[in-house]
Design a protein around this ligand. Structure first.
Ligand code: DAT
Ligand code: MG
Length: 149
């Protein structure tokens, strides 16, 4: 069982894609362990994108993620990190697989609707930035027994 951090970025919220994005992850079988609407501060955004500090797109990316409310969630499931990345699609929407969120709803790398952790260490670090431990809930859904042998 894995946990990953997903953010529906300001473009996803402004384009009213919150329900659609959550629907895709839920339909795949990932379980919502934490969920909130929030406005990301500059300080939090800089911590979140710390690995990209110094790159040409750092400032624009920080400005964008802080430009409006976002929906932050923790998704849980077997291989949740890789599965969520696959459902999101590649970073650049024009290179993302058809049927993925980024391909189906975007065109530009800087407006790619959704963030997802890229590995186990990143997921643990990012989840700690956005959620207190008691805000993440482990539970079983009635249908979970139908998702795994
Ligand atoms: P991902 O979001 O797929 O993990 P990343 O971690 O390499 O991709 O980059 C983080 C975000 O920064 C990405 O979602 C959009 C923005 N970004 C990345 N590369 C960019 C570029 N070349 N120009 C503009 N924005 C970029
Ligand atoms: Mg990344």
């Amino acid at each position: 069982m894995e946990r990953t951090l997903i953010i529906i970025k300001p473009d996803g919220v402004q384009r009213a894609l919150v329900g659609e994005v959550i629907r895709r992850f839920e339909a795949r079988g990932l379980r919502i362990a934490g969920l909130k609407l929030m406005q990301i501060s500059r300080e939090l955004a800089e911590a979140h994108y710390a690995e990209h500090r110094g790159k040409p797109f750092f400032e624009g990316t920080v400005k964008f993620i802080t430009s409006g409310p976002v929906v932050v969630m923790c998704l849980e499931g077997p291989n949740a990190i890789a599965a969520a990345r696959q459902t999101m699609g590649a970073t650049r929407p024009h290179e993302a697989a058809p049927g993925s969120i980024r391909a189906d709803f975007g065109l530009d790398v800087s407006r790619n609707i959704v963030h997802g952790s890229d590995g186990p260490e990143t997921a643990a670090r990012e989840l700690a930035l956005y959620f207190k431990p008691e805000e993440l809930i482990s539970y079983q859904r009635a249908g979970d027994v139908w998702l795994k042998e």
